[in-house]
Design a protein around this ligand. Structure first.
Ligand SMILES: [Zn+2]
Length: 260
């Protein structure tokens, strides 16, 4: 692998000092390809920190456009970006921060028809979406592809994060085994700090996985309450009856009707 350039040595100087990173780790970061599903409240801090750290290829899939009510938490986007695709706005911001990386954009939503193909170009996937149907879709795609899935979600001042690793599991369905994902899509109140904390934790897990250091949230669900500032970790186990990663899976391919 190539040597780091003088500019790279300067840009990443403070993390190169860490024995867990060093030049070897930095090259791993530069070679990594990570897919983010969602460029909103969670996708913003995740993408920011991965880009700043020099994760070489960041893919972002999101069909939504920037609206004024997004800006109090979706900090990749600015008032100037109103009406733009979030992925375009995200790409612009991230390349301003770090022009050395590659940001690949998918200006449409993840579906049963496109997610496996897109995911095949990446090492693993990060859940930055805001709805259950997409979360189950991405979880199932990750299991079927044998790829790690870094989950994050928020509700009000509460948030949760976990790392799911296929095929050994557990997966998101092991702990939340609904077969269909029909949740009302009404907006829930949130302040930007909650996705900020959860997204930063997801980015930390992603960087550790790329570097192969530390221990991750694999097999654990982190639950935080930002209002009372409580952090709790619960052990999670693979469910042998899980519909996608269990002993006799019923989900062996992605069908659009399962993710409405
Ligand atoms: Zn499972």
């Amino acid at each position: 692998m190539e040597m780091l350039t003088v500019r790279q040595k300067e840009r990443y100087a403070r993390q190169l000092l860490l024995p867990e990173v060093g030049e070897k780790g930095q090259k791993k970061l530069l070679a990594a390809k990570v897919l983010l599903v969602g460029a909103g409240g969670l996708g913003s801090p995740v993408a920011y920190y991965l880009a700043a750290a020099g994760v070489g290829t960041i893919g972002i899939i999101d069909g939504d456009k920037v609206s004024l009510s997004n800006l109090q938490r979706q900090i990749l986007h600015t008032t100037k970006d109103l009406g733009s695709f979030k992925v375009d706005s995200a790409r612009k911001t991230l390349l301003q921060l770090n022009p050395e990386i590659k940001v690949v954009t998918y200006p449409y939503y993840a579906t049963a028809d496109n997610i496996l193909q897109i995911l095949s170009d990446y090492d693993f996937v990060i859940d930055c979406c805001d709805n259950l149907a997409t979360r189950y879709l991405v979880n199932d795609a990750a299991v079927l592809s044998g790829k790690t899935f870094i989950h994050g979600s928020i509700m009000g001042f509460q948030g949760q994060a976990a790392v799911f690793s296929a095929p050994e599991g557990p997966c998101y369905r092991c702990i939340f085994p609904q077969s269909t994902a029909s949740a009302a899509k009404r907006p829930i109140g949130v302040m930007g700090i909650t996705p900020g904390v959860i997204g930063s934790i997801q980015a930390a897990e992603a960087l550790k996985i790329i570097l192969g250091v530390g221990s991750t949230l694999l097999g654990q669900l982190l639950i935080i309450d930002a209002l009372e500032l409580d952090f709790m970790k619960a052990k999670i186990e693979k469910n042998p009856q899980c519909a996608v990663c269990g002993d006799n899976p019923t989900i062996t391919e992605l069908r659009a009707e399962n993710y409405q």
